[in-house]
Design a protein around this ligand. Structure first.
Ligand code: HEC
Ligand code: HEC
Ligand code: HEC
Ligand code: HEC
Ligand code: HEC
Ligand code: HEC
Ligand code: HEC
Ligand code: HEC
Ligand code: HEC
Length: 415
């Protein structure tokens, strides 16, 4: 009796579940073609499906009715295809609702829509310009995944392509007065290289500099702060340098004037002096700025040269099996001083560069001495070894002669 009751209960539960799972929208649309079928197939990979939502949560209608007239009836709230300019409000219905979102995930942010309204995209869509990005242009529609999923179109490695969909399309952007080169330029940068080649997720993708929902170009005055979220030391020095106030009043974007925004290339000492110098854009070689550039380049090259010299000496000594490990360790301090000197360039004051350079030179001098001393000691040992070898050979030869001399008379005596 008890058992049959339990079976009954199980069956009714199963039937209940089957009832709950009844979804005529998916059933019917799965059997259609093209754009009518795609949403039904894609939806199974969606975070919304995984959280138990249905087609009706966005499109309205009645998923328990089989008859399309009934299921897609306006009387049952069916809104059909959602116009591009109406999408953000639709998503915000849930995503700006703290009570609802926090039921699923207490850490979920609820400011996407509010941020979005402040962006160039949000403002244009609100003004009825359907060419700007709405939520589904960045996130996809029926297969929206969690943002940390590598298949999500907003994952840092996929995001440039997602933005480029419009921003690299000359036809799409034709009516606006902005370049369409950001994607191509960004793909040449150290940043994309670090992200793509080395999987370094600390390197910036488009949204790291532009924000995701509030996407705007950083204004002239905030560029240094944007780059400075990661390059903290450079920003500190730059903001106290003589350039900061003059660039601000000239309307020149801080870091970008020397490094570019999208095509940020690897830095090198060549940016200071020579034909690749970034300073010559504004300073004649004879001016105070030009002289400072040459001075800093010379200091840095002096330290780099001194470190190369001691590296060579230490390597030669090590390859001969001489003990220089302590000096090699100390050499690391010299290399750190060189890094500091290159960072100190951003004070645009030769004295700031000279400080780490003179510390580094002291280290390089000491390590060079250690290398040279080790090599001299090696030489002494080799000479010592040679002398001992010769002594041994002479002694052995002497012994051999002595033995011969002792043997000869006795043999003669035997005859
Ligand atoms: C028995 C089949 C059937 C069922 C059930 C059904 N649909 Fe449809 N749906 C269609 C067909 C066929 C079309 C295309 C013709 C049309 O627009 O009426 C369509 C069109 C649509 C469109 C596009 C409308 C447009 O304006 O372009 C949406 C959105 C849609 N259905 C969503 C739903 C949702 C949500 C449900 C469940 C509540 C649902 N459908 C149930 C067959 C069905
Ligand atoms: C998270 C909200 C959401 C859910 C859930 C959702 N849709 Fe949509 N759907 C949209 C939006 C937004 C559009 C308009 C897309 C656009 O502008 O490209 C759309 C468009 C469509 C279209 C028109 C496609 C076209 O290219 O003409 C169909 C058909 C459709 N949805 C069916 C479905 C079906 C069937 C389901 C359930 C399997 C579903 N949708 C679930 C938001 C949703
Ligand atoms: C210009 C592209 C773009 C648009 C438009 C956009 N998003 Fe996003 N969204 C992103 C990116 C990029 C991330 C990932 C952020 C990250 O990795 O920290 C994200 C993250 C999210 C998240 C995860 C939580 C969070 O805030 O990080 C949600 C939810 C979300 N977006 C919803 C929306 C909604 C709703 C809209 C429309 C009102 C929208 N997005 C419009 C690019 C966009
Ligand atoms: C019916 C309510 C509802 C609607 C409408 C809705 N969402 Fe969601 N969405 C959710 C919930 C709940 C989650 C799961 C949140 C979680 O578990 O962190 C979610 C998750 C997401 C995520 C993944 C967030 C993450 O942290 O990775 C994105 C992105 C997203 N939604 C975008 C959209 C977009 C774009 C639209 C409009 C086309 C939309 N949603 C419409 C309720 C909704
Ligand atoms: C659906 C197409 C589309 C997508 C996708 C898109 N955008 Fe846009 N974006 C536009 C349009 C159109 C404008 C308006 C241009 C204008 O007003 O100058 C714009 C404006 C901008 C602006 C302001 C430019 C200015 O100077 O006015 C920035 C910054 C921007 N987008 C960044 C992004 C980033 C970053 C992404 C990807 C995360 C992205 N966009 C994705 C279409 C798109
Ligand atoms: C390292 C930071 C950074 C990254 C990464 C970045 N941008 Fe920018 N972007 C900027 C800065 C800074 C500006 C403002 C330029 C100025 O004032 O000189 C800008 C300007 C823009 C503009 C306005 C038009 C223009 O070209 O001046 C658009 C659109 C844009 N970026 C899109 C993108 C897209 C799309 C990506 C990804 C492919 C991207 N950005 C990646 C920093 C970045
Ligand atoms: C989200 C963090 C982040 C932001 C924002 C960012 N960067 Fe970077 N940057 C990195 C990382 C990571 C590297 C790669 C360092 C490496 O190659 O190991 C890098 C490398 C560089 C390099 C090359 C350094 C070298 O050793 O050759 C320069 C120059 C640079 N960034 C300038 C900028 C400028 C200018 C901006 C603002 C327009 C900016 N960065 C914004 C993280 C960031
Ligand atoms: C007036 C030109 C100028 C400005 C402005 C400028 N830099 Fe530089 N930056 C340089 C030069 C020159 C170097 C190369 C130094 C060297 O290697 O000798 C450099 C090097 C770098 C490096 C690589 C340092 C290393 O370890 O090799 C990074 C990262 C960097 N800059 C980021 C920034 C950021 C972020 C800003 C804005 C806060 C900025 N720069 C502003 C000229 C500039
Ligand atoms: C975008 C133009 C611009 C670039 C690029 C630039 N500077 Fe300047 N710099 C200025 C302006 C403007 C001043 C204010 C004093 C002046 O008018 O000469 C200044 C001032 C200076 C000063 C203070 C001495 C003085 O002339 O008052 C030094 C030092 C300096 N710059 C070094 C450099 C170095 C080194 C570089 C390259 C790494 C560089 N600058 C790149 C525009 C620039």
């Amino acid at each position: 009796m008890k058992l049959s009751l339990r079976i009954c209960w199980c069956l009714s539960l199963f039937a209940g579940l089957a009832g709950a799972a009844k979804d005529s929208c998916v059933e019917c649309h799965s059997s259609l073609d093209g754009n009518l079928q795609k949403p039904a197939t894609l939806f199974s990979d969606s975070i919304h499906r995984q959280r138990g939502f249905h087609c009706t949560d966005c499109h309205g209608g009645d998923r328990t009715a089989d008859d399309p007239e009934a299921s897609m009836s306006r009387a049952r709230g069916f809104i059909g295809k959602i116009p591009r300019t109406a999408v953000p409000k639709l998503c915000a219905r849930c995503h700006s609702d703290a009570a609802l979102m926090h039921k699923y995930n207490p850490k979920q942010r609820i400011d996407q829509y509010a941020q979005y309204l402040t962006s160039v995209h949000g403002k244009r869509i609100a003004a009825g310009d359907a060419a700007a990005a709405n939520c589904v242009d960045c996130h996809s529609v029926h297969d929206i995944r969690e943002v940390r999923n590598p298949l999500s179109p907003v994952h840092p490695l996929r995001l440039p392509q997602t933005c480029a969909h419009c921003h690299a399309d000359k036809t799409h952007m034709a009516k606006y007065q902005i370049p369409t080169s950001q994607f191509d330029e960004y793909r040449k940068s150290v940043h994309w290289n670090a992200l793509e080649q080395r999987g370094d997720l600390s390197a910036p993708s488009c949204a790291s500099c532009h924000g995701n929902h509030g996407a705007t170009p950083p204004g002239v005055n905030s560029v240094a702060a944007v780059c400075g979220t990661c390059h903290v030391l450079m920003e500190n020095l730059y903001s106290k340098s003589p350039h900061q106030p003059v660039f601000q009043s000239m309307g020149v974007a801080g870091c970008v004037v020397c490094h570019s925004n999208h095509a940020v290339l690897p830095a090198s000492d060549k940016l200071l002096a020579g034909d690749k110098s970034v300073c010559t854009q504004c300073h004649e070689p004879a001016s105070a700025g030009g002289a400072a550039a040459a001075d800093m380049a010379k200091s840095i090259e002096r330290l780099a040269g001194a470190l190369r010299r001691s590296d060579e000496a230490l390597q030669r000594a090590a390859s001969l099996g001489l003990e220089v490990s302590e000096a090699q360790l100390q050499q690391q301090e010299g290399r750190e001083a060189l890094v500091k000197a290159r960072v100190a360039v951003h004070a645009f004051d030769p004295a700031a560069v000279n400080e780490p350079v003179s510390q580094g030179l002291k280290v390089a001098e000491a390590t060079y001495r250690s290398g040279v001393d080790a090599l001299a000691e090696g030489n002494r040992r080799r000479v010592g070894l040679g002398i001992s070898l010769i002594t041994i050979v002479i002694t052995m030869a002497g012994l051999w002669l002595a033995i011969r001399r002792i043997e000869r008379p006795s043999r003669q005596g035997g005859l």
